[in-house]
Design a binder for this molecule. Sequence first.
Ligand code: HEC
Ligand code: HEC
Length: 283
Amino acid sequence: MKTKLLQGIAAATLALTAGTAQAEEVIGYDLNGEIPVVVETAAPDHLDGALNTIRSGWTFRDESTKTMQMDDFDNPGMLAVEEAEAAWSTAEGSEGKSCADCHGAAEDMAGVKPVYPKYVEAAGEVRTLQMQMNDCRENRMGADPWKYDASAAVAMEALLSSVSRGLPMNVAIDGDAAETWEEGKELYYTRTGQLQLSCANCHEDNYDNLIRADHLSQGHTNGFPVYRLKNTKLNGVHSRFKGCVRDTRAHTYSPGSPEFVALELYVASRSNGLSVEGPSVRN
Ligand code: HEC
Ligand code: HEC
């Protein structure tokens, strides 16, 4: 119910924006023929002209890959979402509780994914969705935490993302999140490895170009978790970062490390305004 309502709001907001001032055309597709997904929009102000327009990784893929993501029946990532739905209502740990016991239907979590990573007051730190899930597992369920980016964790993240599809990414970068965001930005622009390349060298300066027959995107995270046709499974954001850093032949950080949490916050903020797409389909 709540998802339908939120989706309705998202659709209405889109219609409104489309109708006002510049009568801008909405660039995107209708997920399952009904939920508007925005894949190209004006860059957030903090990018300060580094990019004028932000484009989802979806726009860089070929037609068949794009099509797979447009309908849940064709999206291989939805299989993991189904598994996570079962896990959502299965009791685990010493407290004998399931996620559903406290959170209700997974659909009731619509609106959570777009604001992560976020500063969590009670924890005094910026946290990713996976950190929050593990906090519940350890401290509220008495269950073992999931290994960062392990398949069960990524599948649960995909479930939480799937119920927010169509909603705009909207992570906060000010207030208590500002310091972590600055750290992430610093990492994004630092050249590393034998190749002395920064994230920006590829995803800001060279998007749309080909790199080893791969069409370079702007490197956004709104599509995560991502089902990659290359490894035929869902992939977490930090594992993707790790692959990218390794490609520069640099020593890389581990999934779940403070560095990657900060980098995720910064990279997510670059996609503020694009719709949540996860689980998306990429090469
Ligand atoms: C015993 C009750 C309980 C259980 C079981 C539980 N949670 Fe939570 N969860 C909470 C509470 C309380 C919070 C913090 C308050 C809030 O944000 O709703 C929270 C917060 C969260 C958040 C952050 C929400 C936000 O708006 O920022 C996520 C994500 C989450 N839980 C996921 C899960 C998942 C996934 C499971 C199952 C693996 C789970 N939780 C199990 C009680 C629970
Ligand atoms: C040598 C070039 C290169 C560098 C440097 C690089 N990447 Fe990538 N990245 C790629 C390629 C190639 C892909 C796969 C095609 C695409 O989506 O751009 C990719 C994909 C991604 C994606 C997935 C996008 C999607 O829509 O699925 C993210 C996120 C990403 N990179 C982030 C980063 C971050 C953060 C850094 C810096 C730590 C970085 N990349 C550094 C080449 C690079």
